[in-house]
Design a protein around this ligand. Structure first.
Ligand SMILES: *Cc1c(COP(=O)(O)O)cnc(C)c1O
Length: 459
């Protein structure tokens, strides 16, 4: 049995709790400042049970022992996302300032749902949202909240869109509601449709992978007023392709729909002048999402969700409960009112701190660096007889094939690279053909170390 005062002891600054705090902060400091962390790899449940089970006991094992298990066994069984040769999925590369500030966010533990409780933190988060809204060309009244990720951002935007449509139609519902997006759109939209019990049309894209107004117009013609929202993808996850957003906006006002832009990965590229042109039309979106944990150098987990008319989102999302009334009655911005969430961490603050520390210019340069890296790698692939691009990269995802390789060859190659701790590059596929891809969101990666990965495909 624990001592009777153990519950109180763990909340006071005793020698024991100070020791725990120091150990954790020392660990975090080392981890954040480490210049060349190992890539690491996952272990099987069996391996981990053998090595790390039994940490939870009635009397506690103490901070030193618990942290030791984490440092020796658990942390090395987690891949280092910001490793320069983590090239799969969409990785991330948080700045050291942003990562460190996540500790400050934890220490403050502000309730990020309401202005009444956390005006200071929410003010700073809103500074970031306003900065992003300006970059994307949204009006000054635009606003929203940081949510956990792009999946929740897309769902929240579509819920607001349907609610707005219902109000516009005086509560008259079509037999089914429907959203239209591209066949290359992110899987989270299908998930959102499932959660909302609505239908989804995956409209075909052109040979360039882009959704156009023409394809959407066909869907609108077919489904009429079932369609309440069209989703444009601004940087597809697999290829980094930006839909022809301007052509979608030209369908209005002939057709009335909410335009959501899913820019979880790609919208960050709007911060550089060189690719801005690709995103024309974003400024007319009703809502958009961009994930700071993808290409804005913030740690997990954060999606900036912005609405052109925040009032419409509030009408859809504000929760109603007697115990919450004081929050609604008080003046100020309540992030809880803009998404499918209530309690929330002020997860926009790491980006605020890092952006304030380094300045927007450093962000523009870091994003541009990733774009250039992608161009250099594409050039290198073009120059190699046994490699070829599936498409010219539009943003910072490079998709390519190795002549003569079947799926099993890609898998064996990928397994070997991870086993040897060289890189994390997984096989992908395009129209049934096995391919692989580099997703480049880490400005610390060098051309040389990426070329070493290409070299392993020539053996
Ligand atoms: C990653 C991604 C998402 C999902 O974002 P999460 O933060 O992983 O939930 C949605 N859309 C696109 C285009 C993405 O790349």
């Amino acid at each position: 049995m624990a001592a009777p005062d153990a519950s109180a002891r763990m909340h006071h600054s005793t020698a024991e709790t100070e020791g725990a705090v120091d150990l954790v902060l020392d660990h975090a400091r080392r981890r954040i400042l480490e210049e060349h962390p190992p890539l690491n790899r996952s272990r099987t449940p069996g391996e981990l049970s053998r090595l790390a089970a039994g940490t939870l006991t009635e009397d506690g094992i103490g901070a030193r022992e618990a942290l030791s298990v984490f440092e020796r066994i658990l942390a090395p069984a987690c891949v280092t996302l910001a490793h320069p040769r983590h090239l799969s999925f969409i990785p991330g590369a948080p700045t050291k300032a942003a990562t460190a500030f996540d500790l400050a966010v934890s220490a403050a533990n502000a309730y990020g749902g309401s202005w009444l409780e956390s005006s200071g933190a929410i003010f700073a988060e809103n500074e970031v949202l306003a900065f992003l809204a300006r970059e994307f060309g949204l009006p000054a009244e635009a606003g929203g909240a940081f949510v956990q990720g792009g999946t929740l951002g897309n769902l929240s935007a579509l819920v607001a869109a349907r609610d707005a449509a219902l109000r516009k139609r005086n509560g008259h519902r079509p037999p089914r509601w429907r959203v239209v997006c591209s066949a290359e759109a992110h899987s989270s939209l299908v998930t959102a449709a499932k959660v909302m019990d609505i239908d989804i049309t995956l409209a075909p894209t052109g040979a360039d992978g882009k959704l156009t107004g023409q394809a959407v117009e066909r869907a609108l013609g077919r489904y009429g007023d079932e369609v309440f929202a069209v989703v444009a993808t601004a940087g597809s996850t697999n290829f980094g392709i930006v839909d022809d957003i301007a052509s979608l906006t030209r369908l209005r006002p002939r057709h009335d729909f909410w335009l959501h832009v899913d820019g979880a990965y790609g919208l960050a590229a709007m911060l550089t002048p060189e690719r801005r042109e690709l995103f024309r039309g974003v400024e007319l979106a009703d809502s958009l999402t961009v994930d700071p944990h993808k290409w804005l150098f913030a740690p997990f987990d954060a999606c900036a969700l912005l609405y052109r008319d925040p009032g419409a989102a509030r009408a859809a999302h504000a929760q109603d409960a007697a115990y919450l009334d004081p929050l609604h009655d008080a003046p100020g911005w309540n992030p809880a009112d803009y998404a499918v969430h209530l309690s929330r961490r002020t997860r926009g603050l790491p980006l605020w701190f890092s952006l304030a520390t380094h300045g927007a210019g450093a962000y523009r340069a870091a994003i541009a660096r990733c774009l250039h890296l992608a161009e250099e790698i594409a050039e290198e692939i073009r120059a190699r007889p046994r490699l070829s691009l599936v498409r010219d990269p539009e943003l910072s995802v490079v998709v390519f094939r190795r002549e003569g390789w079947r799926k099993a060859d890609y898998t064996a190659w990928s397994d070997r690279l991870l086993r040897e701790q060289t890189a994390l590059v997984v096989p992908s596929s395009h129209q049934g053909e096995p391919v692989t891809r580099f997703a480049l969101v880490n400005p610390a990666a060098t051309r040389e170390e990426l070329i070493e990965v290409l070299d392993t495909m020539e053996r």
